[in-house]
Design a protein. Sequence first.
Length: 197
Amino acid sequence: MKLQLRGSSPDGGEAMTAELLIRSPRTQARIAGVFYLLTILTGASALLGAGRLFSTLLVGSTLCYIAVTVLFYKLFRAVNRNISALAAVFSLVGCAFSILGLFHLGPFRMNPLVFFGCYCLLIGYLILRSTFLPRILGALMAFGGLGWLTFLSPPLSNYLSPYNMAPGILGEAALTVWLLAVGLNAQRWNEQANAAA
C-alpha cells in the first residue's frame, strides 16, 4: 500500500513515504523484475565471456537471482507460505551449486538448472494459484521449469539442446517483462495476503 505524504516534516515524513513505497507489493514486484533482468543480462554475458570475466559475471548473475528469490518469497507467501519457502530453498540450492561449481567445489556433479527447474515449476504453480498475476505467466514458468528439468539427464539435455532451453528463457523473460511493465495487482495481492493471514 502506498501512502502519499506531501512535503518534509521534522519527524521524518519523507522517510516514512519511501519506506511504505518500498513495502508496496507492486514496487517489490518491479524491483524483482529489475533484478530478474540483471540476472538474464549478466548470465547471458557470462556465456560470452571467458576466464575471470566469466566468473565475475556468473557471481553477479547469481547474486541478482538471490535477490529475485527473496523478493518472490515475500510476494508469493501471500498465496502459500510453505510452497513459497520450498521454492526459495530450491533456488538458493541452485545458486549455491552455481557458485560451488564455478570453483569445482560441488559435493557431486549436478547441473544447477535442475534446481532452477523445480523453482520455476513451483513459482509457476504459485502464479496459477494467485489472483494478482496473469495465469499465462504461471503456465509459461511451469513450462520453463520442465525445460530446465531435462538437465537431470545429460544425454537427454544434449539430445534436446538448444531447444530445451527455449521454454525456460521464454517463461522467465515473459515474467520479467510483465514485472517491469506492470508489476502486479496490488489490491488483489492485499486481498489474498489478508485471506492467507
